[in-house]
Ligand binder design. Sequence first.
Ligand code: ADP
Ligand code: F6P
Length: 332
Amino acid sequence: MKRIGILTSGGDAPGMNAAIRSATRTALYHGLSVVGIYRGYQGLVEGDMFEMSSRSVGDTIQRAGTMLRSARCPEFESYEVQKRAVENLAASGIDGLVVIGGDGSLRGAAALSKLGVPTVGIPATVDNDIACTDYSLGFDTAVNTAVDAITKIRDTASSHGRNNVVEVMGRDTGHLALAAGIAGGAEYILIPEKPFDIQEICEGIERGYASGKTHCIIVVAEGVGGYFGPDMSLYDSIGFQIGQQVRKRTGLQTRVTVLGHIQRGGTPTVKDRLLGTMFGSRAVEALIHGDTSKIVGLSGNRLCLFDIEEVVSKRKPIDEEMYRVATLLSGM
Ligand code: ADP
Ligand code: F6P
């Protein structure tokens, strides 16, 4: 291995820059040359690349986003487009690839591995929904951002004796909602993995106020399904749908906040900087040792390599113990 490429793809996640920086400097340390590929698979297919040096990644560890920029490139699911990417890699003399991204991006990495490109993936998504690894880059920063918002919302909710619905990201999973809901002290946490009865929740809210509660925070994962009636549009986010139902069924003042993309930005936490650094370095050293078609990850605090096919073929289950504890703490 003489020359590696690095790309970031899909939704950006705080900690991606730490991983790029570490992968670049680890490769340079071992005498490899490094090519930065802009805009994920889009840039790979278009040949949008540049030569990286140690200076290219200076002053980046503290920044969220990705200095290599990111994109969604749906065409990359086609075999013909993947072949073009393989040709571009060969034409640029790149003999190993580090892919930093979420679930979809790692599927792209698995496809390139199958086509013979030595590839190692780094899980990076605020959703923390990648199988096998306990942790994906960006999750800790996003949870902290969400908890900070919930804490502020709780102040005003208590003053006014209101219900506040807070919708968080997570795509079709509830890992982010569960962690943010527990750490934010939410009364209810609604996630796609667990069915719920909106009427039961409303009755619980009424009991809570009757027993002296001064507010009710309901954290809702964006991926929770459900369409509650003709007066809502299918385009209304689930947070607004839940808020409307709670207001209608309890007759209580209810406010809704959709946290949205603020969860993807902000200064990466120490955890995301450290893990980005360790993941980046490990990915490059795995490539050098021929340990390819792998995903770097964390298992019980240990840095590990997982088989890429295994990772992309599994769905990450919710932490049942965390969910159980969350439900018994609601106090409603
Ligand atoms: P994330 O990586 O954050 O989960 P996406 O699911 O949008 O984001 O995936 C990012 C990109 O990864 C897609 O735009 C596409 O280029 C590529 N990708 C996703 N799924 C596949 C797949 N099955 N095969 C090849 N490439 C894929
Ligand atoms: O996968 C990360 C994520 O932030 C999801 O939580 C969210 O559903 C999605 O990306 C939003 O994507 P976009 O950046 O296209 O709005």
